[in-house]
Design a protein around this ligand. Sequence first.
Ligand SMILES: [Mg+2]
Length: 408
Amino acid sequence: MSNKEYYDRIDSIEVFILRAPLGKAKFWSSQSPFPERNSLLVKITSGDISGWGEAGQYGPPEPVAAAIEHVLAKRVIGKSIKPTVIHEELYSFSRDFGQRGTYIDAISGIDVALWDLLGKKLEVPVCTLLGGAFRTRVKVYATGCYYRHDHDDPATIDIENEVKACANEAKSFKGAGFGAVKIKVGLLSVENDLKRIAAVRDAIGPNMKLMVDANHAYSVPTAVHLAKEMEKYNVSWFEEPVVPEDIEGYRRVQAKTFIPISGGECSFMRYGFRDLFVGPNGPCVDIAQPDIAASGGLSEFMKIATLASTFGVTLIPHVWGSGVGLAAGLHAVATLPLTPYTCNPVYMENEPVIEFDRNPNALRDEILKGPKFTLGEDGAIAVPLDKPGLGVEVDEDAIKRFHVPLQK
Ligand SMILES: [Mg+2]
């Protein structure tokens, strides 16, 4: 029996801040404009093999890069490649000052890179290391229909044009073969956002699934108002209706609508998800959305998945980053069972799915060698299994094109 992992030591950790300006393709959520896409990649090397991870989601990458480079790297270099052990050691070290945010982002990136590295060393895919895949292709939903506005003041958005553009974009997803689309709300008034929702439902027809994401734009009364108005548009979930700290607010919205409530992209570690799940009336979210690059990596995702399964909560990871983050998400979702099991799984009901961001992002499309992630006729994308680890090969020349070094 091989016990190879106990002998292979970690030689180095490197971080790469990547930036891809969007120019006129800038878009908005309810919280901010997106003038660029950025990612923080983590490369961990042992001998002549390197593993890659992604750290953080849409926050500034610099503090996370500094936490890895200046604080955590020295606690990892020289150790054996044991992702879950190192994850626990790093969290135990940073618990007193880093239970959320920067340090968990950093640990997440290190963790994913270690799983990739271990898979490459043992020459097996990450989903095999995690316990085995239920599926080799994962059904997706499209994330798009942000506010396409290349100016600096969202108050100047032309509502009529915005509604039309949003509906056209949703229709394009239907034409491309997507079975579900998630659109943004919260940047405009409830009345104007309802116009967008109505136009999208009209454009995609009655059968395509439609989800709505507020990025915590609302007070409880406003979220309830919108939820009640949205019920007639057959909305599959209402994401982040209120600020993530307001768990009671989530409960108050959830109690007033039959639309399922989702959230969790701003939650960290199993403890953050426990707080969403435990309460007098059960979980305050029907769908939990941990971001693997931010909530604790693949090691923690497996723990969150176990926790969610015991509370009857559906798990659909938030995926926003580069091709490395998407590959990690695909391996993770491949390991999720049907929830609950039926012998005839139903898309967007009990069959695990993954978010497929369709906003412009060169870091998703241009930093990996080989074929891009593409939607098949089955509404799914393939888990990358042709190579070991995460199954993707980072194009280091492409990394150089987008890399902006951390200022000392
Ligand atoms: Mg969201």
